[in-house]
Design a protein around this ligand. Sequence first.
Ligand code: BMA
Length: 321
Amino acid sequence: MTLERSSHNPILTRHDIPDIPLRLTDVTSVFNPAAARFGDAYLLMLRVQSRGRETFLLMAESENGVEFAVRPELVEFRGMGDRTRDVYHIYDPRITEIDGVHYVMFAADMDDGCRLGVGLTRDFDSFEFVGFGADEDVRNGVLFPERIDGHYVRLDRPNRVSLEGGPTSGDEIFLSTSDDLVTWTQIASIARGRPHYWDERIGSGPPPIKTRDGWLHVYHGIATHFGGSNIYQAGVMLLDLTDPTQVVARSRNNILEPREMYELVGQVPNVVFPSGVIVGREDEEGFAVADSTISIYYGAADTCIGLATTPVADLIASCVD
Ligand code: BMA
């Protein structure tokens, strides 16, 4: 199956970003957003890049999940000033709600590689910094929406290989646990890239979705090509509910690939990068309802933002295609 693109795509472009003098005017791009429901609002945390190639996070809100208004202020994590090492960019946030608190896990580029940072918010007006994880070069970190066996659980993707002509990447997603969101213990490798096929390199997308059939995990796969022309696509796997180190099923085909002009052409061509998810309806125990709609927000060509949807049941079915 293929996710269904919104007819409003791209739903956010650089033209939607208000000027915030002096650092952010006439921006270059907006992409790879995190998504959350907060009360009646749909929220996105946007990755915005300036013409100085600095990265900023901004909030956008919407009543219908399609038309977003961008707030004219930068997201600042209170307490991040106490850090000891230079952080050049924080980017690719993923938002997960755990027990009523929204946690933001983001990548942070430092002198010695990439780290995963965590912040939190209770109101989406102020944001607190929690900390940076341990000293491994790692990206694409995302938290599960509940503790499992009393521990916070995240998926992450160590950067261990280089893409031709590009940044470091990886071909293995791990599951790690923590009691404080700062010190993490690697538990197991859960999935590897499949050489020669669409997902040779892989990394987690938005937070796992809890369903009666297991944790639905949307991820990105990279097909590597000569000349550094890598293709970023989206796929999905199903993890066991009680032991999410176990992959129950995984899509053979991708579920979204660059096809539209705004995905094929841009700052980094041929990229769809799923990063935010909103589930239409959950039952009283927090399971996604089978016939409700999943909205997936994704970066397109590292330039703008797309939205694609699917019924929950179809996404589960595509894990076993
Ligand atoms: C990855 C990350 C993403 C980016 C993608 C395509 O390595 O850096 O932020 O969207 O590459 O350029």
